[in-house]
Design a protein around this ligand. Structure first.
Ligand code: ATP
Ligand code: MG
Length: 345
């Protein structure tokens, strides 16, 4: 097994309907979601997904409503069974697990944060945060101490005795996050966890998650329908369309080389120059030495490179790697290509 891969999904297909197995052959032969519904009255949730999710990374699953994001994540903790295919987590087959093993796996290895917060309304913040570890069998002082650590860490110190109805949406989701983190699981699953929050609060929660991940190094699966959020949060992004996996790659892969028109439509709506790095856009053509230049780093955003060029009234930027070696060049034309919105070609 490749140590870097935490979750391996192979040929996973999910069809909803009474005779799922008997219509599987049509999907295997390439039948679309629309045709399967029209001709066989079954819903295609996922079609032949092959996906490797890396250990200790934030892997984003993205796609429009109905594309299969929740169906995919529910397979990972086996809340639903596949029609075909296999899933291994840390090398362990989770499709063949007994009921008891599955229950243990869910409780010990996975925690979930929901869009709707899923807090118990008649329990305090402290009791809500303790709830996950109570199920793991941790109680009393130990549970309270562990919960308090995460209540403090998500910025809710002093709110331990409040009830969910006394909290704002952002605070409720901090409780949801503290509850999941208190469980101390390797895998954290977040299904549209920040989608119900106001934009500024949402951005704060994204920052909090990234800050926590620097210390925690969990395997996080984060679902969103928003490419801006995916680009900010994800080490890698998997894009679903109508149950099909259409692309899986880094933010740079997706912005530089969208796999199809569906992905291109998402990419058109974001500010590419804000997210693309100098190293993704640079070329090898060294301009004349007598032209005015600035020096930038491989990881600098194109926005920053442009600012540097304009500030120094330079013609081009020399791109250096972390050791100071010259690895490429960016001129104003390269940058203009990125800054202009993608046009249909
Ligand atoms: N239990 C079910 N029975 C029948 N069809 C289902 C069931 N669950 C999901 N589906 C269908 O499977 C497809 C994928 O649904 P899913 O909920 O995974 O999408 P999603 O990408 O999470 O969408 P959203 O962004 O709206 O949450 C949809 O067409 C949906 O109607
Ligand atoms: Mg969903």
């Amino acid at each position: 097994m490749n140590e870097d891969i935490k979750i391996k999904i192979s040929n996973l297909t999910k069809i909803f309907g009474p005779k799922a197995k008997s219509v599987l052959q049509y999907v295997d032969n390439g039948m679309s979601k629309d045709d399967l519904l029209k001709e066989h009255q079954h819903v295609l949730g996922l079609s032949n997904i092959n996906l490797e999710l890396r250990n200790k990374n934030i892997e984003v699953i993205m796609g429009l409503s109905g594309s299969g994001k929740s169906t995919l994540i529910r397979h990972i903790n086996r809340l639903i069974d596949p029609t075909a295919g296999s899933i291994t987590i840390g090398g362990e087959d989770i499709i063949g697990m007994s009921k008891e093993k599955l229950r243990q796996f869910r409780q010990q290895k996975t925690a979930m944060v929901f869009q709707s917060f899923a807090l118990l309304p008649h329990k305090t913040v402290m009791d809500n945060v303790c709830y996950g570890i109570f199920l793991q069998g941790v109680t009393g002082d130990e549970a309270h101490q562990r919960a308090q650590k995460w209540i403090d860490r998500v910025g809710l110190s002093g709110y331990e005795d409040r009830y969910p109805s006394q909290l704002s949406g952002g605070m409720k989701q901090r409780v949801g996050l503290a509850r999941a983190l208190t469980c101390d699981t390797e895998i954290l699953m977040m299904d549209e966890a920040f989608s119900a929050l106001d934009p500024l609060i949402r951005s704060d929660m994204q920052d909090l998650l990234l800050e926590l991940q620097k210390e925690l190094h969990k395997s996080i699966i984060f679902i969103t329908h928003d490419l801006d959020e995916a680009l900010k949060i994800g080490d890698r992004i998997a894009i679903l369309n109508g149950g099909l996996l259409v692309q899986h790659g880094t933010s740079q892969d997706i912005l530089m080389d969208p796999a199809d028109d569906y992905v291109r439509d998402f990419v058109k709506k974001v500010n590419r120059s804000h997210v693309l790095h100098a190293k993704s856009v640079m070329n090898n053509n060294k301009p004349d030495n007598n032209k005015a230049k600035v020096v930038v780093n491989t990881e600098d955003s194109i926005d920053n490179v442009l600012c540097e060029i304009l500030r120094s009234d330079a013609e081009y930027a020399v791109v250096q790697d972390s050791k100071g070696a010259e690895v490429g060049y960016l001129n104003k034309k390269d940058i203009a290509e990125v800054v202009k919105p993608l046009v249909d070609d």
